[in-house]
Every structure is written in C-alpha cells, then in structure tokens.
Design a protein around this ligand. Structure first.
Ligand code: BJW
Ligand code: ZN
Length: 230
C-alpha cells in the first residue's frame, strides 16, 4: 500500500509534514463534504491547482519498481491512498484506489454521473483560475471524485484491500503517515494475519513499532534496491 510519500519525488506535495499541503491549507476547509457545501468554488480551485502540479509530474523509480514487481510476483496487489494516477501511468494494473482519483468528477447530488476531467483546464495557483464550478447533467454540482474526511470509502474497494491484506505474505507500507483510517488499519490487519510488514518511509510513523522490517529512506531509492534483491 502506498501513500503520498511515494509521489514526493515526482514533485507532488504530501499532506502532512514540513512541506505538506496541510501546512498552508486547512484540511477542514478543503477536504470535507462540509467545506464543499460551504464553498465549492474554493474547493475546485484547490483541486485544479493540484491537477496542474500532478499533470506535470512523471512516475518516479519507486512507482516503476512497483509496476515491475507486479509482473514478477503472482498475487501482487497494489492498494494506494493516492489520487494522482501515477501508479497507472507507471504501468501498474488493477490499482485499488482507496481515496478516489483527482482526474474524475462525480455528481454531488448523488445521481451517479461520473466525468473524466483530465482534458479540462487546470490551475497554476492554489486559488487562481479557472474557478468555475462544473455542473452535472442533472443540475446538481459536480465534485472531485475523491474521498473526504467523514466520508465512507467505496465498499468494494476497501473489501478487496482488506482481503489482500489478510491473505498476503508480505505487506509493504510505502510513504504513508499511517494516520488516516481505514487505510492505516490495513498493515495491522496483515501483521495480525501473519504477514511480514515492511515500512518504507523517510520518517518514523505510528506503524513503525508494529513493522517487522523498517527500511528508512526514500521510496524512489528503496523500492528499486529492494527489487534487485528479489
Ligand atoms: C516519504 C517520502 C519519500 C515523504 N519516500 N516516504 C478510526 C480512528 C480514528 C479516526 C477515524 C477512524 N476511522 C475513520 C476515522 C476518521 C478519519 C480519520 O482517519 N481521521 C484520522 C486523521 C484521525 N477517516 C475518514 O474520515 C475516512 N472515512 C471513513 O472512515 O468513513 C467512515 C467513518 C467516518 C467518520 C468517523 C468514523 C468512520 C476517510 C478518509 C479520507 C482521507 N482523504 C484524504 C484526501 C483525499 C483526496 C485528496 O487527495 O484531496 O486522503 S486526506 C489525505 O490523507 C489523503 C491521503 O490519501 C491520506 C493519507 O495521507 P498519506 O498518504 O499517508 O500522506 P501523508 O502526507 O500523511 O504522509 C506522507 C508520508 O510519506 C510521511 O510519513 C512521510 O514521512 C513520508 N514520505 N517523502 C518515502 N520520498
Ligand atoms: Zn447528477
């Protein structure tokens, strides 16, 4: 399972930490359904700015190593908390995206409509243009197709991720602060079911004491090195 840290070396900011997104922007003002209800324009500006950054980013050697591992190891499952789509661009297949994808918008009114927004204008600044709020064909607003705090994850996706965690021999927790649930529970589940839990992170996290092996370093360096030893 990966988190924002794997995309850090692609130039995509993480959420927490000294250079994280939450340092300058409040999660509660931007990544909750209440924030969207209060100011959908602000929320779209922020997401389009992030699309601008992600759109210029390329998968790094960490993403590429995971894609190659998938082709070498049968039963390899890749679960990500990231919404940037960089794993797919690196060649990974069947990625379980727990928190959605920034390149899609969906109806906030619940009619089920989903639209690909990858070809639409992106922002250059956090609160800059374009600032229009897209509207669904049913008349309700469209929102980024991501999972905000207080929202449930897609049941089928979390079910697949739970099953993979319970059944695996080795669980790699890569570049995640291991704070956000239910994703943060997956390595614990794997560990309890007998898997070797390997943490790959530049820093300590709440998962560190539970990990069977800690590889301290950048995902873009550790993963290719790990791959060479398999
Ligand atoms: C490197 C590196 C390099 C840097 N190499 N490493 C149980 C207990 C307590 C609370 C809850 C609970 N169950 C649910 C909750 C509430 C809440 C929650 O978990 N809160 C906690 C923060 C306390 N969870 C939810 O609300 C979830 N919904 C839910 O459970 O519904 C049912 C329910 C609701 C309410 C109550 C109870 C049940 C939904 C969570 C949705 C998270 N959404 C976001 C935004 C997605 C859209 C977007 O991108 O805008 O997801 S928040 C943000 O955090 C994003 C990320 O996917 C997620 C995790 O962050 P991640 O990936 O770990 O990044 P960082 O920045 O935190 O860490 C980066 C790490 O990388 C660091 O450790 C660095 O050291 C490291 N690093 N460079 C390797 N080069
Ligand atoms: Zn609709």
């Amino acid at each position: 399972m990966t988190g924002a840290g794997i995309s850090a070396e692609s130039g995509v900011p993480t959420f927490r930490g000294p250079d994280g997104l939450w340092r300058n922007y409040s999660a509660m003002d931007l990544a909750t359904p209440q924030a969207f209800a209060r100011d959908p324009r602000l929320v779209w500006q922020w997401y389009r700015w992030r699309q601008g950054i992600i759109g210029k980013a390329e998968p790094n050697p960490g993403h590429l190593a995971l894609a190659r591992l998938q082709s070498r190891i049968s039963g390899f499952t890749l679960t990500t908390q990231n919404v940037d789509g960089l794993h797919q661009r690196a060649g990974s297949a069947h990625v379980i995206e727990l928190h959605g994808n920034i390149w899609r918008a969906r109806c906030a009114g619940g009619c089920g409509f989903v639209r690909d927004v990858a070809g639409e204008p992106r922002g250059d600044e956090p609160l800059g243009e374009p600032d229009a709020v897209p509207v669904c064909r049913c008349g309700a607003l469209l929102r980024p197709d991501v999972v905000w705090f207080g929202e449930s994850l897609d049941a089928a996706r979390i079910e697949l991720a739970v099953r993979a965690a319970r059944d695996c021999d080795v669980f790699l927790a890569v570049g995640t602060s291991a704070l956000v649930h239910p994703a943060a529970g997956l390595p614990l589940l794997a560990g309890r079911a007998g898997a070797l839990v390997v943490e790959i992170n530049v820093d300590e996290t709440p998962l560190t004491p539970q990990a069977g092996l800690v590889l301290r370093g950048k995902a873009a360096e550790v993963l290719p090195a790990l791959e060479l030893r398999l």
